[in-house]
Design a protein around this ligand. Structure first.
Ligand code: SF4
Ligand code: SF4
Length: 475
């Protein structure tokens, strides 16, 4: 039976409730009165329930969808402004004991190159990432208690935070590792991580079990209840996501929102971020064998609906998506993107070795292959502020403290000046002359938009301090 507050996966992600939701949505997809009422509710910017959002997802009336897209753009502006936070994934190890059929790291894949970074190699990777200008990483590792135990992950986090190279520093490490115990989550919290990210892959239990035939990840309940354990372990910023293409997108969408509602109901804090990856080609993996793939238009619709359903939750899109798709969904609600990503183990310090190797260690093909400078330049040309901000968790703005600011739309007062100051650092230390010129003009323009005179003055001063060689200012 459906119970949003239950701690049992099958009750807070109730299959029965999802099926009823989808029936309700299908029955009401042309019900203009209801659709208008849902859109009006969304305009209050307090979000929608999974049932309401599912009706809009089922709706195919062009004028109503236009309204949804416009509202998504407005909500994105109101909550996040025009900053886009940049990050990079860092693959630590692709040893994995699981059998996920959509991932080339699955245990039975014998022709992929298996690698695990040593601490010396991590120094090289992180130095290469710092030389690009990155300040925020998401570390990734397969599940393997022998090769990648929690002690290894903790040691890596410690190493990453300790590397200071020229003016570079990694200031926030988000962690994407397998579901684990409360005790291990506590250790991650103590190591000073930002967000704990774990993709559900699919909320459909039967499909989940088929797609994860072997290994500890086969256990649907243990995986689905991971965020509750993470929160019990003190991690109050968690990131959800499904891998679109594995099962029917309408089912996944309802499940994703139910998961968000569950976290809010039980812990008082919804997800910090939602990621929207789509299945991609990789070694040993042909995305065409999964017949639930979604078109770019459906993908954009999902992004817009997530934006209006959970306005306070950041939305992440990776380099799995092409420049064109990224341009399409950025205005609809995406607040964070990866840039210049390598999805192989050791790919930053030595990209040539990966290219020339007999066997790849990549997790998936990257569609957007541009350099970070190109990504920064591209964002600014579209009038976004590329941001390397990591301020919130360093200022203790996590969990409900963060959510309170976000829900009242005050977080923008921090995001905007922080974006300008971290962009200024990037321009001083890493940008090409052309990007630098574009960025200086953008900062001059954007600083004038700060309405609070005190914040504006402080931001001015720090921008000058940064030009004088000082670093790491934040609101
Ligand atoms: S998705 Fe994760 S758990 Fe599954 S095989 Fe790949 S690395 Fe391992
Ligand atoms: S101020 Fe907080 S929410 Fe805004 S970009 Fe920085 S870390 Fe993110």
């Amino acid at each position: 039976m459906y119970n949003v507050k239950s701690l049992k996966a099958e009750e807070f992600i109730s299959d029965e409730e999802i099926k009823e939701t989808l029936e309700y949505a299908e029955a009401n997809k042309n019900n203009i009165g209801l659709i208008d009422a849902i859109i009006e509710k969304a305009k209050l910017k307090k979000g929608l329930t999974h049932r309401e959002a599912s009706v809009l997802l089922a709706c195919e009336i062009p004028e109503k969808l236009d309204e949804v897209y416009k509202l998504a753009q407005q909500i994105k502006k109101d909550f996040y402004g025009n900053r886009i936070v940049l990050f990079a994934p860092l693959y630590l190890s692709n040893y994995c004991v699981n059998g996920c059929v959509y991932c080339p790291y699955h245990m039975k894949n014998k022709h992929i190159a298996r690698k695990k970074l040593t601490q010396e190699e991590i120094v090289k990777e992180v130095t290469a990432l710092q030389d690009m200008g990155h300040k925020r990483l998401a570390i990734e590792a397969g599940e393997d208690p022998v090769n990648n135990p929690i002690e290894y992950i903790l040691e890596c986090i410690n190493t990453i935070y300790s590397i200071k190279h020229k003016n570079g520093a990694i200031r926030r490490v988000n962690v994407n590792i397998a579901a684990t115990t409360v005790e291990n989550y506590r250790k991650l919290k103590e190591a000073g991580i930002g967000t704990y990210i774990l993709f559900q892959e699919t909320y459909h239990k039967e499909s989940y079990e088929q797609l994860h035939p072997t290994g500890p990840k086969h256990d649907y309940a243990y995986h689905t209840e991971a965020m509750d354990r993470a929160m019990e372990g003190g991690i109050d910023d968690v990131g959800l996501g499904v891998l679109f293409g594995l099962d029917k997108y309408k089912y996944e969408f309802a499940g994703l929102l139910m998961h968000a509602e569950h976290l809010e109901a039980v812990h008082g804090v919804g997800p910090h971020t939602i990621s929207v990856p789509r299945i991609k080609h990789a070694d040993d993996i042909d995305p065409d064998v999964f017949d639930n793939g979604i078109s770019d238009d459906t993908f954009a619709k999902i992004c817009a609906l997530i934006r209006i359903s959970v306005p306070y939750t950041g939305m992440i899109i990776s380099t799995r998506e092409s420049q064109t798709v990224r341009e399409k969904v950025l205005p609809l609600g995406v607040s964070q993107i990866s840039g210049a990503s390598k999805t192989s183990v050791g790919g930053y310090a030595d990209p040539e070795a990966e290219k020339n190797a007999e066997a790849t260690s990549e997790q998936f093909d990257v569609s957007d292959q541009r350099t970070l400078d190109e990504v920064v330049n591209w964002l600014m040309k579209m009038d976004y502020i590329p941001s390397f901000c990591t301020a919130c968790y360093r200022e203790g703005r996590t969990g409900d403290r963060f959510m309170a600011l976000c829900k009242s739309m005050q977080i923008l007062n921090c995001c905007h000046p922080n974006a300008l100051m971290t962009l200024k650092e990037y321009l001083e230390d890493y940008a090409s002359p052309q990007t630098r010129e574009l960025g200086m003009k953008l900062i001059d323009r954007e600083i004038e938009k700060i309405t609070n005179p005190k914040v504006k003055q402080t931001c001015y001063e720090h921008i000058h301090d940064i030009a004088d060689g000082k670093r790491d200012f934040r609101f």
